[in-house]
Each structure stands twice: as C-alpha cells, then as structure tokens.
Design a protein around this ligand. Structure first.
Ligand SMILES: [Fe+2]
Ligand SMILES: [Fe+2]
Length: 286
C-alpha cells in the first residue's frame, strides 16, 4: 500500500489548532430558553438522555484509553487528554443542564472500565500489538464521531422546524461544530497508521473490529441498543439503514478493508444498526 504522507507533525498541528479554535464551550454562552418544553421533551427526551450520557462517558473513555494505550504517542496524548476530554465533558454538562431545564433526570454515564478493555490493556504492552490496538482505537473514534455529527445535524434540522432558535444556535450547533475536528484526528491517524501495519497486524485489526464493533454508547447491552434504535428513529436514520451504514462505515471500508469486493461499509456496521432497530421494535411491541 502506498504511503500517505501524513506526518506526526501534521497531527500535532491539527491538535494544536483544535485547542486554539475550539476551547470548551463556556456555560455563559449558552441560552437554555425553550419555547415549547413539553413538545421538545416528548419528541427528544430519549435523544437528549442518550447524547448527554454518551458525552459524559468521556470520563470512562479516557480511563479506557489510559488502559489500552500504555505508551501513547505524543499526538494521541495531546488529543485525548489535552483537547478532546474537556470539549466532550462540556458537551455532556451542557446537555445535562438542558435535560434539567426540560424537567428530565440527570444522565447516568457508565464510569467503570469494562473487563474486555482491561484485558486488551494487558496485551497492549507488547510492541507489535500496540499498533493494532491503536488502529482499533482510531476506527472506533472515527465511527463514533461520525455518529455524533450525523445525530447533531439531524437534530438541528428538527429543532429548526420547531423554531427553537436558542437551542439550535447556542446549544446544538456549537456542540456540533466541535465534532468534525475529532473525526479528522482519527481519520488522519488511521490514514498514517494503516500502511505502516504488517499484514498480520492488519488482519488482527480487522478481526477485532469484526468481533467488537458496536454503535456508540451501546456497551453490548440490549437496553442501550434498544435506546439507540429509538434514537435513530427519532432522527430519521431508520428509513435507510444502508445509507446510515455507509455514512459511518465509509472510512473504515476504505482504509481497513481496502473496499474489498466493492465494500461500501463493513458488514458489521449494518448488523449493529439492524440489531438496535430490532431491539427497539421488540421493546415497543412488549
Ligand atoms: Fe461531543
Ligand atoms: Fe467528539
């Protein structure tokens, strides 16, 4: 595979730019005025609950990264500890405050690092495995950030229709603006790393992604998976799961799978989407 020319310096510059251009959103820049709280709560309650929880789980994510990246590159560390953590925490705090304004209970983010992650951390000390783990981390991050951008974009469209100007302009749009820079970090990092991997490392990364792929915040828990199914219905992603799979799996299909046999997205992405929809439907029928 050809070298891509992405350098550590470019990654460091990108992280520096993110820090300069995207400081955590200050609370006093947010206007929590909601014109029709009942309508917003009824229509988007499940969504705000999901988004607030997932954003606040960044605390757990950072603990996981400390476990699985025992020797992080300077760029990784500068990104996830120096920039990403505080931005995402603030997204979570703002969304949680919005929930309170709407009369909804506080989010309950998971805080404990899971067993499989700790196991991965134990082998991540081995040099050749380290890069495989990093590769998995970048694709997990890229998929997560794409899901965030798509969710916030769709939410903006719907709140626009309801003319909830303060919510759009001072809450959701400022949050959404910070997500593409995160995606770019993972995309650039994966673009740099994948061509450096040996064939066995690439195959192991493919295997790990195939076995462990999950939609953001679902944690292999049918309750969260069903919630995610409901969230995607609220946002209108349920109508075309293939298109949604393409949106969140395109980068991975290209970089990790080299678009083998015309692959537009890895099959496990669609499987995860369909499973969450199935569980949401089962919930409704119960
Ligand atoms: Fe976020
Ligand atoms: Fe993000």
């Amino acid at each position: 595979m050809a070298r891509t020319g992405i350098t550590s310096q470019q990654l460091q510059d990108h992280v520096k730019r993110l820090a300069e251009e995207h400081p955590p959103i200050p609370f006093d820049a947010v206007d929590f005025t909601v014109n029709d709280p009942d309508a917003v709560r009824t229509r988007f309650g499940v969504l705000f609950d999901y988004l607030a929880r997932v954003e606040l789980e960044v605390e757990r994510n950072v603990a996981e990264l400390d476990a699985i990246l025992p020797h992080p590159t300077p760029e990784d560390l500068a990104f996830y500890r120096g920039v990403w953590f505080e931005q995402e925490m603030q997204h979570g705090r703002i969304l949680d405050r919005l929930k309170a304004e709407l009369g909804l209970p506080p989010a309950q983010p998971l805080t404990v690092v899971s067993g499989p992650v700790r196991a991965l951390g134990a082998v991540a000390h081995l040099g050749p495995i380290r890069d495989v783990v990093r590769c998995v981390y970048y694709f997990t991050g890229a998929s997560t950030e794409r899901q965030a951008v798509l969710a916030y974009s769709a939410l903006i469209e719907r709140l626009d229709e309801m003319d909830e100007r303060a919510l759009v302009d001072t809450v959701i749009h400022p949050i959404k603006r910070q997500e593409p820079g995160h995606f770019a970090f993972y995309s650039m990092s994966a673009t740099k790393l994948v061509p450096e991997l040996k064939p066995w490392q690439l195959r192991l990364a493919q295997l790990l992604r195939s076995r462990s792929y999950e939609l953001v915040g679902t944690h292999r828990d049918p309750v969260y998976q069903a919630q995610m199914g409901r969230v995607s219905e609220v946002l209108g992603f349920g109508q075309d799961p293939h298109e949604y799979a393409r949106e969140i799996g395109r980068l991975e299909a290209r970089l990790l799978w080299d678009n083998a046999h015309g692959m537009e997205y890895p099959p496990y992405v669609l499987k995860a989407i369909e499973e969450s929809r199935r569980l949401a439907e089962a919930d409704r029928a119960a």
